[in-house]
Ligand binder design. Structure first.
Ligand code: NAD
Length: 421
Protein backbone atom coordinates (compact mmCIF):
# COMPACT_ATOMS: atom_id res chain seq x y z
CA UNK A 1 0.00 0.00 0.00
CA UNK A 2 1.63 3.25 -1.18
CA UNK A 3 2.26 5.95 1.41
CA UNK A 4 1.09 8.99 -0.59
CA UNK A 5 1.70 11.38 2.29
CA UNK A 6 5.38 10.38 2.47
CA UNK A 7 5.65 10.96 -1.27
CA UNK A 8 3.87 14.35 -1.08
CA UNK A 9 6.07 15.62 1.74
CA UNK A 10 9.07 14.66 -0.39
CA UNK A 11 8.21 17.60 -2.70
CA UNK A 12 9.04 21.23 -1.86
CA UNK A 13 5.38 22.43 -1.83
CA UNK A 14 4.34 19.36 0.19
CA UNK A 15 7.01 19.97 2.81
CA UNK A 16 6.13 23.67 2.97
CA UNK A 17 2.46 22.89 3.53
CA UNK A 18 3.13 20.17 6.11
CA UNK A 19 5.46 22.50 8.01
CA UNK A 20 2.90 25.32 7.99
CA UNK A 21 0.19 22.98 9.26
CA UNK A 22 2.45 21.44 11.90
CA UNK A 23 2.06 17.98 10.36
CA UNK A 24 4.70 15.22 10.60
CA UNK A 25 7.59 15.45 8.14
CA UNK A 26 8.71 11.89 7.48
CA UNK A 27 12.00 11.36 5.66
CA UNK A 28 12.39 8.48 3.17
CA UNK A 29 14.52 6.01 5.12
CA UNK A 30 17.92 4.85 3.98
CA UNK A 31 17.53 1.08 3.84
CA UNK A 32 19.85 -1.78 3.12
CA UNK A 33 17.17 -3.41 0.99
CA UNK A 34 17.29 -0.39 -1.32
CA UNK A 35 20.94 -1.21 -2.09
CA UNK A 36 22.57 1.00 0.53
CA UNK A 37 24.94 -0.73 2.91
CA UNK A 38 26.64 2.33 4.37
CA UNK A 39 25.61 5.06 6.77
CA UNK A 40 25.51 8.58 5.28
CA UNK A 41 28.82 9.58 6.93
CA UNK A 42 31.55 8.33 9.27
CA UNK A 43 30.81 7.02 12.76
CA UNK A 44 32.21 8.93 15.71
CA UNK A 45 32.99 7.00 18.87
CA UNK A 46 33.46 8.90 22.09
CA UNK A 47 32.99 8.54 25.81
CA UNK A 48 30.27 10.39 27.70
CA UNK A 49 31.83 13.64 28.89
CA UNK A 50 33.98 14.09 25.78
CA UNK A 51 33.26 16.96 23.42
CA UNK A 52 32.91 15.80 19.80
CA UNK A 53 35.45 17.22 17.37
CA UNK A 54 33.93 19.60 14.83
CA UNK A 55 33.22 18.03 11.43
CA UNK A 56 32.95 21.10 9.21
CA UNK A 57 30.66 20.58 6.22
CA UNK A 58 30.40 16.77 6.09
CA UNK A 59 28.23 15.53 8.98
CA UNK A 60 28.69 12.35 10.96
CA UNK A 61 26.53 9.41 9.87
CA UNK A 62 26.54 7.88 13.33
CA UNK A 63 27.76 8.34 16.86
CA UNK A 64 28.45 5.83 19.62
CA UNK A 65 28.63 7.23 23.11
CA UNK A 66 30.19 4.99 25.72
CA UNK A 67 28.19 5.68 28.87
CA UNK A 68 29.14 2.48 30.67
CA UNK A 69 31.17 4.49 33.18
CA UNK A 70 28.25 6.68 34.27
CA UNK A 71 27.80 5.70 37.89
CA UNK A 72 25.67 8.45 39.40
CA UNK A 73 23.41 11.38 38.57
CA UNK A 74 26.30 13.87 38.38
CA UNK A 75 27.97 11.94 35.58
CA UNK A 76 24.83 12.09 33.43
CA UNK A 77 25.92 15.54 32.24
CA UNK A 78 28.43 13.61 30.13
CA UNK A 79 25.54 12.71 27.80
CA UNK A 80 24.81 16.36 27.26
CA UNK A 81 28.48 17.15 26.64
CA UNK A 82 28.82 14.41 24.03
CA UNK A 83 25.51 14.71 22.20
CA UNK A 84 24.27 18.28 22.52
CA UNK A 85 26.63 19.49 19.75
CA UNK A 86 25.55 16.62 17.45
CA UNK A 87 21.79 16.52 18.00
CA UNK A 88 21.15 18.96 15.17
CA UNK A 89 24.07 18.14 12.92
CA UNK A 90 23.92 14.38 12.45
CA UNK A 91 23.34 13.40 8.80
CA UNK A 92 19.75 12.50 7.82
CA UNK A 93 19.04 8.82 8.62
CA UNK A 94 22.03 8.88 10.97
CA UNK A 95 22.44 6.67 14.03
CA UNK A 96 22.96 7.34 17.72
CA UNK A 97 23.88 4.39 19.93
CA UNK A 98 24.48 4.82 23.64
CA UNK A 99 26.42 2.01 25.32
CA UNK A 100 25.44 1.47 28.93
CA UNK A 101 25.86 -1.04 31.68
CA UNK A 102 23.09 -3.00 33.40
CA UNK A 103 21.41 -1.07 36.22
CA UNK A 104 21.66 -4.14 38.46
CA UNK A 105 25.44 -4.38 38.24
CA UNK A 106 26.38 -1.52 40.59
CA UNK A 107 25.09 0.32 43.63
CA UNK A 108 22.03 2.53 44.06
CA UNK A 109 23.54 5.51 42.24
CA UNK A 110 24.74 3.38 39.33
CA UNK A 111 21.26 1.79 39.04
CA UNK A 112 19.61 5.19 38.90
CA UNK A 113 22.08 6.62 36.40
CA UNK A 114 22.06 3.61 34.09
CA UNK A 115 18.25 3.49 34.11
CA UNK A 116 18.33 7.21 33.32
CA UNK A 117 19.98 6.34 30.00
CA UNK A 118 16.74 4.67 28.91
CA UNK A 119 14.70 7.82 29.40
CA UNK A 120 17.37 9.83 27.64
CA UNK A 121 17.56 7.55 24.60
CA UNK A 122 13.81 7.23 24.22
CA UNK A 123 13.39 11.01 24.40
CA UNK A 124 16.19 11.81 21.99
CA UNK A 125 14.67 9.26 19.58
CA UNK A 126 11.41 11.18 19.69
CA UNK A 127 12.96 14.57 19.07
CA UNK A 128 15.97 14.04 16.80
CA UNK A 129 13.93 13.70 13.56
CA UNK A 130 15.22 13.54 9.96
CA UNK A 131 15.01 9.74 9.88
CA UNK A 132 17.69 9.31 12.58
CA UNK A 133 17.45 6.48 15.10
CA UNK A 134 18.58 6.38 18.74
CA UNK A 135 19.09 3.14 20.66
CA UNK A 136 20.64 1.90 23.91
CA UNK A 137 22.83 -1.19 24.16
CA UNK A 138 23.28 -2.47 27.70
CA UNK A 139 26.35 -4.56 28.22
CA UNK A 140 26.50 -7.26 30.87
CA UNK A 141 29.93 -7.83 32.41
CA UNK A 142 32.17 -9.53 29.84
CA UNK A 143 29.87 -8.76 26.89
CA UNK A 144 31.06 -7.41 23.54
CA UNK A 145 28.90 -4.87 21.71
CA UNK A 146 30.10 -5.71 18.18
CA UNK A 147 27.13 -7.75 16.90
CA UNK A 148 24.67 -5.14 18.20
CA UNK A 149 26.68 -2.24 16.80
CA UNK A 150 27.07 -3.86 13.38
CA UNK A 151 23.29 -3.86 13.08
CA UNK A 152 22.38 -0.63 14.85
CA UNK A 153 25.02 1.34 12.93
CA UNK A 154 23.79 0.18 9.52
CA UNK A 155 20.89 0.88 7.17
CA UNK A 156 19.51 -2.55 8.17
CA UNK A 157 18.11 -0.99 11.36
CA UNK A 158 16.31 1.87 9.55
CA UNK A 159 13.00 1.32 11.41
CA UNK A 160 14.43 0.34 14.82
CA UNK A 161 14.54 3.27 17.22
CA UNK A 162 14.05 3.91 20.92
CA UNK A 163 15.07 0.35 21.75
CA UNK A 164 17.02 -1.07 24.66
CA UNK A 165 18.94 -4.24 23.83
CA UNK A 166 20.88 -6.10 26.48
CA UNK A 167 23.92 -8.05 25.41
CA UNK A 168 25.42 -10.79 27.55
CA UNK A 169 28.63 -12.72 27.12
CA UNK A 170 28.32 -15.12 24.17
CA UNK A 171 27.38 -18.66 25.18
CA UNK A 172 30.40 -20.70 26.31
CA UNK A 173 30.01 -23.16 23.48
CA UNK A 174 30.11 -20.61 20.65
CA UNK A 175 32.31 -22.03 17.87
CA UNK A 176 35.44 -20.03 17.07
CA UNK A 177 34.93 -20.31 13.32
CA UNK A 178 31.65 -20.16 11.40
CA UNK A 179 30.30 -23.46 10.06
CA UNK A 180 31.30 -24.30 6.48
CA UNK A 181 27.81 -25.58 5.58
CA UNK A 182 24.99 -23.07 5.10
CA UNK A 183 22.76 -22.88 8.14
CA UNK A 184 19.23 -24.24 7.69
CA UNK A 185 16.46 -21.79 8.56
CA UNK A 186 12.74 -22.54 8.86
CA UNK A 187 10.30 -19.63 8.53
CA UNK A 188 6.61 -20.18 9.22
CA UNK A 189 3.96 -18.13 7.42
CA UNK A 190 6.45 -17.48 4.62
CA UNK A 191 4.11 -17.33 1.59
CA UNK A 192 3.74 -13.57 1.80
CA UNK A 193 4.23 -10.43 3.89
CA UNK A 194 6.80 -10.37 6.65
CA UNK A 195 7.49 -14.12 6.49
CA UNK A 196 8.41 -14.00 2.80
CA UNK A 197 10.72 -11.05 3.49
CA UNK A 198 12.34 -12.89 6.41
CA UNK A 199 13.01 -15.92 4.21
CA UNK A 200 14.44 -13.66 1.51
CA UNK A 201 16.75 -11.85 3.93
CA UNK A 202 17.95 -15.06 5.61
CA UNK A 203 18.68 -16.50 2.15
CA UNK A 204 20.55 -13.31 1.22
CA UNK A 205 22.58 -13.73 4.41
CA UNK A 206 23.59 -17.25 3.46
CA UNK A 207 20.99 -19.61 4.96
CA UNK A 208 19.35 -22.54 3.20
CA UNK A 209 15.71 -21.59 3.74
CA UNK A 210 12.68 -23.78 4.33
CA UNK A 211 9.40 -21.95 3.94
CA UNK A 212 6.25 -23.17 5.66
CA UNK A 213 2.66 -22.06 5.11
CA UNK A 214 -0.87 -23.47 5.02
CA UNK A 215 -1.89 -25.65 2.05
CA UNK A 216 -4.27 -22.89 0.80
CA UNK A 217 -1.22 -20.65 0.29
CA UNK A 218 0.68 -23.45 -1.48
CA UNK A 219 1.01 -21.72 -4.89
CA UNK A 220 2.36 -18.46 -3.46
CA UNK A 221 4.64 -20.44 -1.15
CA UNK A 222 6.05 -22.49 -4.02
CA UNK A 223 6.77 -19.29 -5.97
CA UNK A 224 8.63 -17.62 -3.12
CA UNK A 225 10.57 -20.82 -2.37
CA UNK A 226 11.54 -21.20 -6.05
CA UNK A 227 12.70 -17.57 -6.22
CA UNK A 228 14.92 -18.07 -3.15
CA UNK A 229 16.16 -21.54 -4.07
CA UNK A 230 14.52 -22.79 -0.88
CA UNK A 231 12.25 -25.66 0.06
CA UNK A 232 8.48 -25.29 0.49
CA UNK A 233 6.62 -27.13 3.24
CA UNK A 234 2.82 -26.88 3.15
CA UNK A 235 1.53 -27.53 6.60
CA UNK A 236 -0.91 -25.98 9.03
CA UNK A 237 1.25 -25.10 12.01
CA UNK A 238 -1.66 -25.87 14.36
CA UNK A 239 -1.71 -29.54 13.33
CA UNK A 240 -1.07 -31.59 16.48
CA UNK A 241 1.84 -33.38 14.79
CA UNK A 242 3.30 -30.29 13.05
CA UNK A 243 6.59 -30.47 14.96
CA UNK A 244 7.11 -34.14 14.15
CA UNK A 245 6.32 -33.50 10.47
CA UNK A 246 8.80 -30.64 10.27
CA UNK A 247 11.45 -32.78 11.94
CA UNK A 248 10.78 -35.57 9.44
CA UNK A 249 11.05 -33.14 6.51
CA UNK A 250 14.38 -31.78 7.77
CA UNK A 251 16.61 -34.73 8.59
CA UNK A 252 19.64 -32.44 8.91
CA UNK A 253 17.91 -30.40 11.64
CA UNK A 254 17.53 -26.65 12.05
CA UNK A 255 19.90 -23.82 12.91
CA UNK A 256 17.33 -21.03 12.76
CA UNK A 257 13.66 -21.28 13.69
CA UNK A 258 11.52 -18.24 12.93
CA UNK A 259 7.94 -18.39 14.17
CA UNK A 260 6.26 -15.77 12.02
CA UNK A 261 2.84 -17.26 11.10
CA UNK A 262 0.12 -15.26 12.76
CA UNK A 263 -3.50 -14.25 12.43
CA UNK A 264 -5.87 -11.63 13.80
CA UNK A 265 -9.56 -12.13 14.62
CA UNK A 266 -10.35 -8.70 16.06
CA UNK A 267 -13.44 -7.96 18.16
CA UNK A 268 -13.94 -6.31 21.52
CA UNK A 269 -14.02 -9.00 24.18
CA UNK A 270 -17.72 -8.37 24.79
CA UNK A 271 -18.44 -9.31 21.15
CA UNK A 272 -15.85 -12.02 20.68
CA UNK A 273 -17.00 -15.57 20.10
CA UNK A 274 -14.90 -18.27 21.72
CA UNK A 275 -13.73 -19.65 18.36
CA UNK A 276 -12.07 -16.33 17.46
CA UNK A 277 -10.25 -16.37 20.77
CA UNK A 278 -9.14 -19.97 20.38
CA UNK A 279 -7.94 -19.60 16.77
CA UNK A 280 -5.68 -16.65 17.54
CA UNK A 281 -4.20 -18.17 20.69
CA UNK A 282 -3.55 -21.46 18.92
CA UNK A 283 -1.92 -20.09 15.73
CA UNK A 284 0.07 -17.31 17.39
CA UNK A 285 1.09 -18.99 20.64
CA UNK A 286 -0.04 -22.57 21.30
CA UNK A 287 1.37 -23.98 18.06
CA UNK A 288 4.64 -22.09 18.55
CA UNK A 289 5.19 -23.77 21.92
CA UNK A 290 4.06 -27.19 20.71
CA UNK A 291 6.16 -27.30 17.55
CA UNK A 292 9.28 -25.98 19.27
CA UNK A 293 8.95 -28.53 22.07
CA UNK A 294 8.47 -31.32 19.53
CA UNK A 295 11.47 -30.17 17.47
CA UNK A 296 13.66 -30.01 20.58
CA UNK A 297 12.45 -33.44 21.67
CA UNK A 298 13.18 -34.88 18.22
CA UNK A 299 16.74 -33.52 18.40
CA UNK A 300 16.02 -31.36 15.33
CA UNK A 301 17.31 -28.10 16.85
CA UNK A 302 21.08 -27.76 16.40
CA UNK A 303 23.49 -26.48 19.05
CA UNK A 304 23.88 -22.68 18.71
CA UNK A 305 20.49 -22.49 17.03
CA UNK A 306 18.60 -19.21 17.00
CA UNK A 307 14.90 -19.16 17.83
CA UNK A 308 13.02 -15.98 16.91
CA UNK A 309 9.38 -15.41 17.86
CA UNK A 310 7.11 -12.75 16.41
CA UNK A 311 5.38 -10.62 19.02
CA UNK A 312 3.76 -7.24 18.32
CA UNK A 313 3.59 -3.82 19.91
CA UNK A 314 -0.03 -4.79 20.67
CA UNK A 315 1.40 -7.44 22.98
CA UNK A 316 3.21 -4.70 24.90
CA UNK A 317 0.69 -1.84 24.96
CA UNK A 318 -2.59 -3.69 24.35
CA UNK A 319 -5.07 -2.62 21.70
CA UNK A 320 -8.83 -2.19 21.47
CA UNK A 321 -10.39 -5.22 19.79
CA UNK A 322 -7.27 -7.32 20.24
CA UNK A 323 -7.51 -8.99 23.65
CA UNK A 324 -6.89 -12.36 21.97
CA UNK A 325 -4.10 -11.14 19.69
CA UNK A 326 -2.34 -9.06 22.37
CA UNK A 327 -2.53 -11.96 24.83
CA UNK A 328 -0.96 -14.28 22.24
CA UNK A 329 1.80 -11.81 21.42
CA UNK A 330 2.57 -11.02 25.06
CA UNK A 331 2.72 -14.77 25.55
CA UNK A 332 5.49 -14.96 22.94
CA UNK A 333 7.50 -12.46 24.97
CA UNK A 334 7.13 -14.54 28.14
CA UNK A 335 8.06 -17.66 26.22
CA UNK A 336 11.30 -16.36 24.66
CA UNK A 337 12.39 -15.00 28.01
CA UNK A 338 11.81 -18.39 29.63
CA UNK A 339 13.64 -20.21 26.83
CA UNK A 340 16.55 -17.78 27.16
CA UNK A 341 16.81 -18.54 30.87
CA UNK A 342 16.66 -22.31 30.39
CA UNK A 343 19.97 -23.84 31.59
CA UNK A 344 19.97 -26.65 29.04
CA UNK A 345 19.41 -24.35 26.07
CA UNK A 346 22.00 -21.90 27.40
CA UNK A 347 24.50 -24.71 27.75
CA UNK A 348 23.91 -25.62 24.11
CA UNK A 349 24.36 -22.01 22.97
CA UNK A 350 20.76 -21.76 21.74
CA UNK A 351 19.25 -18.28 21.95
CA UNK A 352 15.61 -17.15 21.86
CA UNK A 353 14.50 -13.61 21.08
CA UNK A 354 11.45 -11.88 19.68
CA UNK A 355 10.73 -9.10 17.25
CA UNK A 356 7.73 -6.91 17.99
CA UNK A 357 6.64 -5.21 14.77
CA UNK A 358 4.67 -1.99 14.86
CA UNK A 359 2.81 -0.70 11.82
CA UNK A 360 4.27 -2.61 8.87
CA UNK A 361 2.96 -2.13 5.32
CA UNK A 362 1.48 -5.57 4.54
CA UNK A 363 -1.83 -7.14 3.45
CA UNK A 364 -2.73 -7.24 7.17
CA UNK A 365 -2.42 -3.46 7.62
CA UNK A 366 -3.74 -2.56 4.13
CA UNK A 367 -7.07 -3.96 5.33
CA UNK A 368 -7.19 -1.49 8.25
CA UNK A 369 -9.69 1.41 7.76
CA UNK A 370 -8.09 4.58 6.31
CA UNK A 371 -8.12 6.84 9.37
CA UNK A 372 -6.77 4.18 11.72
CA UNK A 373 -4.21 3.21 9.08
CA UNK A 374 -3.00 6.82 8.79
CA UNK A 375 -2.77 7.11 12.58
CA UNK A 376 -0.75 3.88 12.74
CA UNK A 377 1.63 5.13 10.08
CA UNK A 378 2.28 8.55 11.57
CA UNK A 379 2.21 7.96 15.33
CA UNK A 380 5.84 7.01 15.63
CA UNK A 381 9.13 8.88 15.76
CA UNK A 382 9.87 8.26 12.06
CA UNK A 383 6.38 9.33 10.92
CA UNK A 384 5.84 6.42 8.56
CA UNK A 385 5.06 2.72 8.41
CA UNK A 386 7.78 0.10 8.30
CA UNK A 387 8.33 -2.44 5.57
CA UNK A 388 8.46 -6.22 5.84
CA UNK A 389 12.18 -5.94 5.06
CA UNK A 390 12.67 -3.88 8.24
CA UNK A 391 11.36 -6.74 10.37
CA UNK A 392 13.30 -9.23 8.25
CA UNK A 393 16.61 -7.41 8.78
CA UNK A 394 16.03 -7.49 12.54
CA UNK A 395 15.18 -11.19 12.49
CA UNK A 396 18.27 -11.95 10.43
CA UNK A 397 20.41 -10.04 12.91
CA UNK A 398 18.97 -11.96 15.89
CA UNK A 399 19.39 -15.20 13.89
CA UNK A 400 23.04 -14.58 13.01
CA UNK A 401 25.73 -16.87 14.38
CA UNK A 402 27.48 -13.75 15.74
CA UNK A 403 24.45 -12.81 17.88
CA UNK A 404 25.11 -15.43 20.56
CA UNK A 405 25.22 -12.77 23.31
CA UNK A 406 21.74 -11.51 22.47
CA UNK A 407 19.27 -13.71 24.32
CA UNK A 408 15.80 -13.18 25.76
CA UNK A 409 15.45 -9.77 24.11
CA UNK A 410 12.37 -8.21 22.55
CA UNK A 411 13.25 -5.77 19.80
CA UNK A 412 10.44 -3.56 18.58
CA UNK A 413 10.55 -2.78 14.88
CA UNK A 414 8.14 0.09 15.04
CA UNK A 415 9.94 3.36 14.30
CA UNK A 416 9.47 4.03 18.04
CA UNK A 417 5.71 3.81 17.92
CA UNK A 418 3.81 5.80 20.52
CA UNK A 419 1.91 2.56 21.13
CA UNK A 420 3.90 0.17 23.26
CA UNK A 421 6.46 2.87 23.91
N1 NAD B 1 1.84 -6.40 9.55
C1 NAD B 1 2.01 -5.81 10.73
O1 NAD B 1 1.91 -4.58 10.84
C2 NAD B 1 2.33 -6.63 11.95
C3 NAD B 1 2.47 -5.97 13.17
C4 NAD B 1 2.79 -6.70 14.31
C5 NAD B 1 2.98 -8.07 14.22
N2 NAD B 1 2.83 -8.71 13.04
C6 NAD B 1 3.02 -10.16 13.03
O2 NAD B 1 3.94 -10.51 12.01
C7 NAD B 1 3.62 -11.79 11.49
C8 NAD B 1 3.45 -11.71 9.98
O3 NAD B 1 2.48 -10.71 9.69
P1 NAD B 1 2.05 -10.31 8.20
O4 NAD B 1 1.54 -8.93 8.26
O5 NAD B 1 3.13 -10.66 7.26
O6 NAD B 1 0.79 -11.28 8.02
P2 NAD B 1 0.17 -11.94 6.72
O7 NAD B 1 -1.26 -12.23 7.04
O8 NAD B 1 0.48 -11.15 5.49
O9 NAD B 1 1.01 -13.33 6.62
C9 NAD B 1 0.88 -14.34 7.60
C10 NAD B 1 1.20 -15.68 6.95
O10 NAD B 1 1.01 -16.68 7.96
C11 NAD B 1 0.33 -17.77 7.36
N3 NAD B 1 -0.39 -18.56 8.34
C12 NAD B 1 -1.51 -18.19 9.03
N4 NAD B 1 -1.96 -19.21 9.78
C13 NAD B 1 -1.08 -20.24 9.58
C14 NAD B 1 -1.03 -21.58 10.05
N5 NAD B 1 -1.96 -22.05 10.89
N6 NAD B 1 -0.03 -22.37 9.63
C15 NAD B 1 0.92 -21.91 8.78
N7 NAD B 1 0.90 -20.65 8.27
C16 NAD B 1 -0.10 -19.84 8.66
C17 NAD B 1 -0.62 -17.12 6.37
O11 NAD B 1 -1.09 -18.03 5.38
C18 NAD B 1 0.25 -16.01 5.79
O12 NAD B 1 0.98 -16.42 4.66
C19 NAD B 1 2.37 -12.25 12.24
O13 NAD B 1 2.74 -13.05 13.34
C20 NAD B 1 1.77 -10.93 12.73
O14 NAD B 1 0.95 -11.12 13.85
C21 NAD B 1 2.51 -8.02 11.90
Amino acid sequence: MADRYLRATGTAPGRFLARRLGLPLPVPLRRHSAGTSELPGPVLRLAAGETPPARGEAPYGGVVVDATGIDGPGALSGLHTALHPLARSLAPCGRVVVLGGRPQDGGFAQAAAQQALEGFVRSLGKEIGRGCTVNLVRLAPGAEPDAALDFLLSPRSAYVSGQVVEVGPAAPATPATPAAEPRTALVTGAARGIGAAVAETLARDGAAVVLLDVPQAGDALAQVAARLGGKALTLDITAPDAGERIAAALPGGLDVLVHNAGITRDRKLANMAADRWDAVIDVNLGSVLRTTAALLKAGAVADHARIVGTASIAGIAGNVGQTNYAASKAGIIGWVRALAADPELRERGITANAVAPGFIETAMTAAVPLVIREAGRRMNSLGQGGRPADVAETVSWLAAAASGGINGQVVRVCGQSLLGA
